[in-house]
Ligand binder design. Structure first.
Ligand code: 3HC
Ligand code: NAI
Length: 693
């Protein structure tokens, strides 16, 4: 065996040269890896006694792509393009042996091999779109030449990982190997290719499938139309589509040039920079500075949920989906029956859409037990409370739970705002109590805020984070404060949105600006969706806010057909003349003379106070890092990924700009705008949130 460089080995198995790449964790194509591979291929090609070459990877995966951490830095070593040329133009067969995931540049390298062998568990994909890019090493030109234009469009714009069986069907791989026999099978396959003198298949020469789509622009027009909503605001999906168009309409080398140009444009643009930041932020968020990776975990085999309402039902579904048994407790037969029926209906709807079988539905429902008796939770490992948002009720529930549930089990609250330490104090095991704040709909939204109480024990936090991963969530560890991270910042936006309407904007102006910024909806559309009557009490209402007036008129949001907006039978919203009149009269009554408010002011007034609040959250230690706050906003509130989250956005527009506005508003409008000390400090030092360690 010859060590080519620290990460690449060249060995021989009879007449087959075997190049093994070993660059943990994911064999990403760093400069050193590209150099190592290029040199290994050169040697294997030069060795006249080697009749074919197998490329295989050590560790958990085949090459998972270019090394993203090198992006934006000066390039070193062999270019990926040159490496691919060496492989594709090799005068002897090259076989790629794939396990784990062949992603991005990894799949692009494999596409330059003449043949591909994979184990059944392997997956292939071009996920560059997820980091605001396109496959920049020939992927957009080679992939459609194998799988066809429609499948290629789907793969490059979704970034999905396609399983080996499907890859075999589309021709992306040539043969399957047994799970534990990849190396041997790939070598045998290479020997057969040599023995049968099979051709050196170059994907670039395969034109039939792209030619079949030539002169059919409707394929692309239709694809764009179908996905317009999904792609809204993102640049990369459109550029990926254009590259596939280039594959169809241009000779291969010209297509490559077009791909290169668009790749560079995306790579140097702000969207990909933000999306790459999010890629690393999503991984960083799991790392807890004071909790070691080997902190003992509390096994979670059975979960209890209290309350089968909006949140309880969704929370239960997460665990059922992961194969974990759930017992759900309600106070009345009626509420229980309704809650269980909603869970079943949700699953059946999924089955109707073909995303699950009826057997899957029954399997999940079989893991679910409904009861009115809290004693049934005695043997649960984790109990999550999702009853009404009232401290007295929560305390009573936790007091009872403490007496019933076995020692060593975790008791969690899904509270949105209440003090988790106060809830914990109603038990004799505060170290086993924490907040698990799911977002609505709880079975859909990826975010989980894990709220660490003053006394929460480390194994309890470690278990919460690992359990979150098990049920497919992205978890951010946050501290106890009103609204934790997400809702605390949301309150800033909501306050300013309301004030802007009093000052002269209409709700739909505010919503439009935030929607155009990239959020899924603005604050008023969101209020209408959630229901304006949350927290509204008919007996106590006094027309003191716009919301109260709307509720008094039975305009309580989408569910009553009217709120800030009017809704038709399909729940399509239109700006309401009724609301407009209410607002005009309300302003007059308050003695406010409305002024014209620019879109720029709406955006800044809604977002800068959020960034400022984020800085306060950091300075109080309620979030570990600025990037964790961004993860909360992306996954809990639909903040556009291509803007990287509010804290990243603050950094990218300049914290000095944010501070200047906060200071000016503080002077003219008062305490709501008091600049955070951390914001002042960072600006004074010329630093950003990303510089914080
Ligand atoms: N470059 C650099 N580091 C990478 C990486 C990459 N392409 N892919 C993963 N890593 C790092 C992660 O940051 C993480 O580092 P950490 O341990 O320090 O936090 C470590 O590898 C393990 O990653 P995960 O925690 O994500 O491990 P999983 O086992 O959950 O997932 C994976 C493995 C499916 C390979 C996942 O990491 C992944 O999807 N990676 C990104 C794949 C990708 O986007 N490839 C395309 C890159 S762009 C490209 O190729 C451009 C080309 O067209 C020119
Ligand atoms: P909900 O009103 O839909 O459901 C609460 C359920 O709890 C009801 O079915 C009620 O019968 C039941 N319940 C009340 N007391 C009980 C008791 N002692 N034992 C058993 N069941 C009891 O309320 P929702 O929206 O599900 O909220 C629950 C909690 O989740 C609240 O703390 C809320 O702040 C929080 N939350 C709500 C979100 C939302 O968007 N709705 C989002 C995130 C958190």
């Amino acid at each position: 065996m010859t060590a080519i460089n620290p990460v690449t080995d060249l060995a021989r198995d009879g007449e087959i040269a075997v190049i093994t790449l070993n660059s943990p964790p994911v064999n990403a194509l760093s400069g050193q890896v590209r150099d190592g591979l290029a040199e290994a291929f050169r040697q294997a090609i030069a060795d006249g006694t080697a009749k074919a070459i197998v490329l295989i990877c050590a560790g958990k995966t085949f090459i998972a792509g270019a090394d993203i951490s090198e992006f934006g830095k000066p390039m070193t070593g062999t270019s990926l393009f040159d490496l691919e040329q060496i492989i594709e133009n090799a005068p002897k067969p090259v076989v790629a042996a794939i396990h784990g995931t062949a992603l991005g540049g990894g799949l692009e390298v494999a596409l330059c091999a003449h043949y591909r062998v994979a184990v059944p568990s392997a997956k292939c994909g071009l996920p560059e779109v997820n980091i605001g890019l396109l496959p920049g090493a020939g992927g957009t030109q080679r992939l459609p030449r194998i799988v066809g234009v429609e499948a290629a469009l789907d793969m490059v714009t979704s970034g999905k990982h396609v399983n080996a069986k499907k890859c075999l069907e589309t021709g992306l791989i040539d043969t399957l190997a047994p799970e534990d026999g990849l190396r041997a099978t790939a070598i045998e396959f290479a020997k057969t290719v040599v023995a049968e003198n099979r051709p050196l298949k170059k994907v670039r020469e395969n034109n039939a499938k792209v030619e079949a789509a030539r002169g059919k622009p409707e394929i692309f027009a239709e694809f764009r139309k179908t996905n317009a909503r999904k792609f809204r605001g993102f640049l990369a999906p459109e550029y990926n589509i254009r590259c596939i168009e280039a594959a169809v309409n241009l000779p291969f080398d010209d297509g490559l040039k077009a791909e290169r140009k668009m790749f560079m444009e995306l790579m140097t643009g702000p969207q990909s920079a933000a999306q790459r930041y999010v890629f690393f932020a999503e991984r960083q968020v799991w790392k807890l500075p004071d909790i070691a990776d080997d902190t003992p975990e509390i096994p979670v085999k059975k979960v209890g949920v209290i309350g089968a309402g909006t949140m309880g039902g969704g929370i239960a579904m997460n665990f059922l989906n992961a194969g974990i048994a759930v017992t759900i407790v309600e106070t009345s037969e009626e509420a229980l029956t309704r809650g269980l029926a909603i869970i079943r209906r949700n699953y059946e709807n999924t089955a109707r859409k073909g995303r699950m079988t009826m057997a899957d539905v029954e399997k999940r429902m079989g893991l679910l037990t409904g009861t009115l008796d809290m004693n049934a939770l005695a043997d649960c490992d984790l109990v999550i409370e999702a009853v009404f948002e009232r401290m007295d009720i929560k305390k009573e529930v936790f007091g009872k739970l403490d007496a019933i549930v076995k020692q060593g089990a975790i008791l969690a609250s899904n509270t949105s705002y209440l003090n988790v330490d106060e809830i914990a104090a109603s038990t004799k095991r505060p170290e086993y109590v924490l907040g698990l704040h799911f977002f609505s709909p709880a079975n859909v939204m990826r975010l989980l805020e894990v709220v660490r109480g003053a006394k929460t024990a480390k194994p309890v936090i470690a278990t919460a984070m690992k359990t979150a991963k098990r049920i497919g969530k992205i978890a951010a560890l946050v501290g106890v404060c009103h609204g934790f991270v997400g809702n605390r910042m949301l309150a800033q936006r909501q306050r300013e949105a309301n004030k802007l309407v009093l000052e002269g904007a209409m709700p739909w102006d505010v919503d439009r600006v935030l929607y155009d910024f990239g959020l899924p909806m603005g604050p008023f559309a969101m209020s209408d969706l959630a229901g304006l009557d949350i927290g509204w009490v008919k007996e106590k209402t006094s027309s003191s806010t716009l919301r109260e007036i709307l509720c008094e008129m039975d305009r309580r949001g989408q569910k009553t057909g009217a709120g800030f907006y009017d809704y038709d039978e399909n729940r399509k919203a239109t700006p309401s003349p009724v609301t407009e009149k209410i607002i005009t009269e309300f302003r007059a009554k308050q003695g406010i003379t409305p002024r014209k408010i620019s879109d720029e002011e709406i955006l800044e007034r809604c977002i800068y106070p959020m960034i400022n609040e984020g800085a306060k959250i950091l300075e109080e230690g309620k979030a570990i890092r600025a990037s964790d706050i961004d993860i909360v906003w992306i996954n809990g509130y639909g903040w556009p990924v291509y803007r990287g989250g509010p804290m990243y956005y603050g950094d990218s527009i300049g914290l000095d700009k944010v501070l200047a506005k906060m200071r000016a508003w503080h002077a003219s409008m008062g305490a709501d705008f008091k600049p955070a000390a951390l914001l002042e400090k960072l600006v004074a030092e010329g630093k950003t949130f990303r510089d914080l360690k």
